[in-house]
Design a protein around this ligand. Structure first.
Ligand SMILES: Cc1ncc(C[n+]2csc(CCOP(=O)(O)OP(=O)(O)O)c2C)c(N)n1
Ligand SMILES: [Mg+2]
Length: 795
């Protein structure tokens, strides 16, 4: 590999410019190697000795020269064209490369003044890397200019698109590793170009880096015949520009030309769409960069080939401290970059090295787009009174809560028509989740073919529907981290598809909150509908309420879980989460008609409390402690609990029953474990210390036990919830199968209130008979019994 295919029509940089680009690249490579190996002697002012070497060698060299090359050439483009740009580094394990570039351009020292751009700072830069008390080995929130945690591969391109949406002035470059390209999310991400509006959105420039290898294997894309790879990328709707070689000067020329060509084409498409009204979907350019893994590193180590093989992935010379041969090789390797030409006697990069570097916030490490909180504007939220439902008497009128929310979202969408800083994403369910009112204010983003029978598709739409939860999540993360707002509405069960992605986002937020220079960003908000209790059409396969269990494992300072029981509480909750910052909020709310329990004012107060006694629903008279507490969280459990409370009121009027509803699940946690957790005194006052608590919970019952296990009354807590019983059946049968139904809840009360079982044996029998009646009725009629289907609160 010594030749490179220079794309046609490309402009040729001068020899001096190529030399300066090469100097920048060599400097970045030198700094990347230095970070992996050195804790002293950063400029090699004395011969390398074992004591200069870190005791533990950690980091990824193999990808670094490629990332450095791309960064160097992006600098050139940004500077020459005065473009606003950012970059998403897919092979984020190449942390040393991105850090090296930030240090060279000065953004690192501005962010972290202790790591100055001189000899002392270079020493600090080297030592801190992957060192206790220092910085992570991957691109991370700590890395200036990044919105993309580089640890878990697969999400680079979807993040890049999220950043580009509604930023028409922005160019988002994205390096995609050839290994990363094998992941499902990345494979789906190519189709993001069918959702990118050349008028209102910025551009994404993918750079597929075919360095040939992953950790221990070749990569699929690097081993495809050229025509097959080309057909694949064209099939994804891209127009690839190829750069290939292992001769630096040749590759610099080819890559500079390829970047020029790609940006020319992007400019051309945007101009055509923006000023000439062109409507054809652009064949957006991308760059395919084929350079050796670990390029410029040791060719051979201990007789085995390393450069241009998978062995270059991490630390190519593992034994430098103990093996004099490795130490000599390392010194030769570092000196091969000719550091004396790249850094002056004070360790500062020379003018030639910095020639390609842009200035101010144009630098990739200083762009405000990658510190999106700086760009964030509050959402214009309407008064909730405009959307609240009227509740004269609780439990008598039905509404579809998400449809009510849809009205609020429509207002937000309409009010952001000009500023375009709000999007709703979802895997094909916006309408079915009853949020269709949104289409009064915007359409569904779509750049592909449109047929007369299609509805609501629009080139500039801000509802985004794609049947990839990964893409929904990644787009939204990229959108939020670059300073905008959004909501992800999804089936509850299938939210698990993004378990791992949301982990990374939560970690990102947790770490960002500790970095003084990162401005808070809008929260990532989930609306989980089509939930476990309403899968009568899609039983079992579509039932899994465990996403919230997963979320509640995570950093308490970031995660919030809400279970609003009716339309007005959903409105109040949505209003709260859309104003919040730096959280991951999960709202679980039904879309099927459900009873309204609270007026807007009551809903606001209840949401502010997060959990509270519904005095009007119970039979306490305040003269003594209740005999039993019926607690509930979630819309369907609230309905069953209210029905159970009604049965107790009728059959056992002397029993003092308290009804408690929980909206904010984290209220159950100890105060010391979560900022929303109730102090023990408050918890004991609400739930009592020693009365039986029958808790009807939306999801897996163990979660409530987990949250409340330290409470004094835990031994008296009895939780009913989903226990993996589901099928295609009636709505009420869903709860019966899981022992969450009203009759079972009453039986639980009888079984747990001391002495009641014997006294109320007739009531128990009546409850058991009702369940038997239910089984027979649904099998004969296919619907729920009238006493259930027509039930309303009589309190
Ligand atoms: C989802 C995921 N699976 C596995 C890994 C472990 N891993 C780290 S780097 C790497 C290879 C990456 O190869 P490639 O994308 O080609 O990057 P490069 O060659 O530039 O290092 C793997 C498998 C990971 N980080 N994320
Ligand atoms: Mg690779």
């Amino acid at each position: 590999m010594t030749d490179a295919r220079t794309p046609s029509g490309a402009s040729a940089p001068s020899d001096a410019e190529i030399a300066a680009l090469d100097a920048h690249w060599r400097a970045a490579n030198y700094l990347a190697v230095g970070q992996i190996y050195l804790m002293a002697n950063p400029l090699l002012e004395e011969p390398l000795a074992p004591e200069h070497i870190k005791p533990r060698l950690l980091g990824h060299w193999g990808t670094s020269p490629g990332l450095n090359l791309v960064h160097t050439h992006l600098n050139r483009i940004v500077r020459a064209r005065k473009r606003r740009a950012m970059c998403v580094w897919g092979p984020g394990h190449g942390g040393p490369a991105v850090l090296a570039n930030s240090w060279l351009e000065g953004s690192y020292s501005e962010t972290y003044p202790d790591v100055s751009r001189d000899r002392a700072g270079m020493g600090a830069l080297f030592k801190q890397f992957s060192f206790p008390g220092g910085v992570p080995s991957h691109v991370a929130p700590e890395t200036p200019g990044s919105i993309h945690e580089g640890g878990e591969l697969g999400y680079a391109l979807t993040h890049a698109y999220g950043a580009a949406f509604d930023h028409p002035e922005l160019l988002v470059a994205c390096v995609v590793g050839d290994g990363e390209a094998e992941t499902g999310p990345l494979a789906a991400s190519w189709h993001s170009n069918k959702f990118l509006d050349p008028v209102h959105d910025g551009a994404v420039l993918p750079v597929l880096h075919l360095n040939g290898y992953k950790i221990a294997n070749p990569t699929v894309l690097a081993r495809l015949p050229e025509d097959e790879l080309d057909a694949l990328l064209r099939g994804y709707g891209h127009d690839p520009v190829y750069v290939e070689g292992d001769e630096p000067a040749v590759v610099h020329r080819a890559l500079a030309a390829a970047m020029d060509l790609a940006v020319d084409r992007i400019d051309g498409y945007q101009r055509a769409a923006r000023s000439e009204g062109a409507s054809a979907r652009p064949r957006w350019p991308m760059i395919v960069l084929r350079t050796p893994k670990g390029w410029t590193g040791p060719e051979e180590v201990d007789g085995l080939p390393v450069e241009n093989t998978w062995r270059a992935h991490q630390v190519p010379l593992p034994g430098v401290r103990d093996n004099p041969d490795h130490l000599r090789q390392l010194e030769e390797w570092m000196r091969s970059y000719r550091p004396e030409e790249l850094f002056d006697s004070e360790g500062r990069p020379t003018a030639q090295v910095l020639e390609c570097v842009p200035e101010g916030t144009a630098r990739l490490g200083a762009t405000p787009y990658a510190n999106g909180g700086l760009l964030l504007r509050d959402l214009p939220l309407p008064p909730l009174e405009n959307h609240a439902v009227r509740v004269d008497r609780p439990g008598t009128v039905l509404h579809e809560p998400t449809r009510i929310l849809g009205g609020l979202l429509e207002d937000v969408m309409a009010a952001t028509a000009d500023r375009r800083n709000f999007r709703v994403v979802g895997p094909d369910e916006t309408e079915s989740n009853r949020l269709g009112a949104l289409y009064e204010a915007t359409g569904k983003a779509w750049q592909a073919e449109v047929l007369p029978t299609d509805e609501h598709l629009a080139r500039d739409g801000r509802v985004m529907e794609v049947l990839s939860e990964h893409l929904c999540q990644g787009w939204l993360e990229g959108y939020l981290l670059t300073g905008r707002h959004g909501l992800f509405s999804s089936y509850e069960a299938f939210a698990h598809i993004v378990d791992s992605m949301v982990n990374q986002h939560i970690k990102w937020l947790r770490t960002s909150r500790r970095l003084h220079w990162r401005a808070p960003v809008a929260s990532l908000n989930y609306l989980l509908t089509s939930h476990v209790w309403r899968q009568d059409h899609n039983g079992f396969s579509h039932q899994d309420p465990g996403f919230v269990d997963h979320i509640l494992n995570k950093s308490p300072e970031v995660v919030r879980v809400y279970m609003p029981p009716d339309a007005n509480t959903l409105l109040s909750t949505a209003d709260h989460v859309l104003r919040s910052r730096d959280y991951v909020n999960v709202i679980v709310a039904g879309k099927q008609p459900g009873f309204d329990w609270l007026t807007l004012d009551e809903a606001r107060a209840h949401c502010a409390r997060g959990a509270g006694v519904w005095g009007w629903a119970g039979t306490e008279d305040g003269s003594r402690e209740p005999d039993v507490v019926l607690a509930c969280a979630g819309d369907v459990p609230t309905l069953e609990t209210m029905a159970a409370a009604g049965l107790l009121r009728r059959h056992l009027p002397e029993l003092a029953v308290r009804v408690v509803n929980v909206v904010d699940m984290t209220r159950l946690l100890p105060h010391e474990e979560h900022p929303h957790g109730m102090p023990d005194a408050e918890y004991d006052a609400v739930f009592t210390r020693d009365r039986p608590v029958i808790f009807a919970y939306h999801g897996y019952p163990w979660l409530v036990h987990r949250l409340a296990y330290r409470r004094a009354g835990h031994a008296h807590l009895h939780v009913r919830g989903y226990k993996e019983e589901g099928t295609t059946t009636t709505p009420f049968d869903m709860v019966v199968r899981n022992d969450l139904d009203r009759y079972r809840l009453v039986m639980d009360v009888l079984d747990r209130v001391p002495g009641l079982g014997v006294r109320a044996v007739a009531v128990r029998q009546a409850m058991a008979d009702a369940r038997t009646r239910h089984h027979a009725w649904i099998r004969e009629h296919g619907t729920d019994m009238p006493e259930v289907a027509d039930w309303a609160w009589e309190g």
